[in-house]
Design a protein around this ligand. Sequence first.
Ligand code: AMP
Ligand code: FE
Ligand code: FE
Ligand code: ZN
Length: 283
Amino acid sequence: MIDLHTHSRASDGTDTPRQVMEVAAAAGLTVVALTDHDTTSGWAEAGASVEGTGVALVRGTEISTRTAVPDGGISVHLLAYLHDPAHPDLVGELARTRQDRLTRARRMVDRLAEDFPVTWDDVVAQTHDGATVGRPHLADALVAAGVVADRDEAFATMLHAGAPYYVPHYAPDTADAVRAVLAAGGVPVMAHPRAGTRGRLVDEDTIAALADAGLAGVEVDHRDHDEADRVRLRELATELGLLVTGSSDYHGSGKLNRIGEHTTDPAVLAEVERRGRLEVLWP
Ligand code: AMP
Ligand code: FE
Ligand code: FE
Ligand code: ZN
């Protein structure tokens, strides 16, 4: 059982990297990818937990990107696997994104503070040191302040992209990010391409163009996709010669997603490992 998309508190998950590995073991997984947003800072602790848990680790990152369209930009999450974490093409872009996420979170708090009893210190209190800051941390601060019951309610009412409190953050162009992942020896896979409740989706021509740029695969089995989405994505993957993955997008207690609720074929993992610069860390 292979789950190629999880988050720890190195970004917006609620478990430590070690706990992610432990939860994976308890769920009967043999392989897990840790894919925190825009960072590799959880890799070392997760890697140190391979022996103790018996779970193999695929080192990954979920890169925030944006695809330009005539009337704006569409947010695209790009999973990168087994890349050199020190490659300059990636290091610079990820650092810039993390820095602007901080600026953006402060601006969102400024807006929220006009209507709700929440401060920047409240957000800092909800964010593990060095973590990539995201809207889930704002949600946690709003929960702690008693404004909403949980992250879901925060997103539904005040943090979604159409809300007046929303501020976008810097993100590299999607095709540029695909090329940077390849330059770093990684394997780029588009996360949840049809997760429509998160905002606008890129069209199939854009996915085809990304395949031309070197995109290796698409995440198909994911809770944000219905059956029709999955059928169509499988067809598209066949047409474009893309790998198909499945994963949970586990965020600890921050989301309902259960680790291992969707999984990836071992043959696909073997191909990811063959193409990636880093090894999978086997127990
Ligand atoms: P950001 O990266 O700051 O734009 O925030 C997006 C993140 O928020 C995603 O990676 C999800 O993990 C999380 N998210 C989105 N919608 C929800 C929700 N309804 N409940 C909990 N977390 C969510
Ligand atoms: Fe997330
Ligand atoms: Fe994502
Ligand atoms: Zn994710």
